[in-house]
Design a protein around this ligand. Sequence first.
Ligand code: MCA
Ligand code: AMP
Length: 491
Amino acid sequence: MNLYALLYERFAAAFDRPALALHGGGDGSGSVTWTYGDLDRASAGFATALRRRGVAPGDRVLVQVPKSPEAVALYLGVLRCGGVYVPLNTAYTEREVAFFSGDASPRVVVGAEVDGPLGVDIDALRSEAPAQDAEPTIEPRDDDDLAAICYTSGTTGRSKGATITHHNLTSNALALHRIWGFEPGDVLLHALPIFHVHGLFVALHTAFLNASKVLFLPKFDAAEVRRLLPEATVLMGVPTFYSRLLAEPGFGSADCESIRLFVSGSAPLTEAVFGDFRARTGHRILERYGMTEAGMITSNPLNGERVAGTVGFPLPDVEVRAVGEDGAEVPAGEVGTLEIRGPNLFAGYWGLPDKTAAEMRGDGFFVTGDLASVDGEGRVTLVGRDKDLIIAGGFNVYPKEVEDRLDEIAGVAESAVIGAPHADLGEGVVAVLVAEGKPLEDDTLRAALDAGLARYKHPRRCFWVDELPRNAMGKVQKNVLRERYRDAYDG
Ligand code: MCA
Ligand code: AMP
């Protein structure tokens, strides 16, 4: 089934009700509301415009546009015409976008690279299919047909496109809608970006299945989120949302009276933030765990106990196991690499069958690269990662990619990139560098990185050393560096 057909089924009776509400100033001036009917008509328009531009079922549509109701309608329009939605972080530089464009071989590119032959501005695209001409059709799709390709950075420094089917998305959305107890009247406060799984799939799908009103913020701003909390019942965010709310003077239970559910994910929620939030507001944040390749995997319970530092139980129909180095499942409570299987599991990396095979077991389990224990009741606790990944404010940064860019800079002989604890972002990117000649100024490094690396990936602390610590095999000892520079941000 086409995911859009399912969403349509759920919100068709709510065409005159608000879908996306944008707040203007404090007095409400400049506010805009899109109803479900508006969203349906605009998505039909986009679907028509894309078809006219030659998008056939299965064709990729690459999108790099700011967060807006139009962008949501475009996403739905791509689903409707059977296209494959490929969202890109708005922070990506031209060089990064060029890679994705080359890899995904899209039929149309919206927003980014508008000067290229495939490129079109989102407003121009919308105007190509006036609403009255729109053909309000929904292309039939099979469960295994692709709905999206979401790029996730790789340990090798090369991003991989996770191919995600209609069934992956529908099964995950229905499960979350159910286990998080969505009910009539729920209002979602949405402050996440819509180019990643969390803000695009988890948040929007659950709200749309519920025909809920979504308070749609262009980005996270603690004061603005606090101002709107009394109009909402559900907030989904990364841990930084919660630590920044706690940093708001006087923030507490009075701000949260209408809220029934705070969800956190994408990065570890510390026990300190969980505990402070509970003490200040009376709310236990519900932490869940997911991955681009698998959508949501586990969740703390809505009604049972939400335990700080754990990510809860597998979603319905999802299986998890922790395995040791020999590939055998470890006993309950012991740490192993987490492997998962279920209807949420992606269909493989775009154009990379070998990489897909390398991360799949013969019995269909996928190797997540996260280290975890599973207790006797099935509750999962993440304890670390065996992949070299930094998560800063919920965005993933792969050290290898940053090292590759640093090593290209004249004056840098070699580099090692690590994550260090960061009070606001969880982890911050740190570079340890060996100079070729005299060490470069930070500004010079930043300027050189700007040419090809999105800013959230930039190291904000750089240390120059005579040589990098290496083991007997000549491999850089990142654990030594992590220890040495653990106070780089919070020292
Ligand atoms: C912004 N900057 C960052 C980050 N965000 N640096 C490091 N890490 C970040 N996450 C930099 C910008 O480049 C800029 O630097 C400066 O900070 C200010 O930018 P601004 O946009 O104002 O930042 P902010 O408002 O402080 O943003 C922080 C944020 C945001 C609110 C935490 O990053 C955010 O919304 N994160 C959510 C990410 C997310 O949705 N992840 C889900 C992935 P300069 O001034 O130098 O340019 S999906 C996933 O992981 C799985 C499936 C899952 O389980 O959900
Ligand atoms: P991504 O590649 O952006 O999909 O990021 C997926 C990774 O984010 C997972 O493999 C985990 O390492 C991490 N992650 C997601 N949710 C959580 C969580 N609740 N706690 C700790 N790590 C998380």
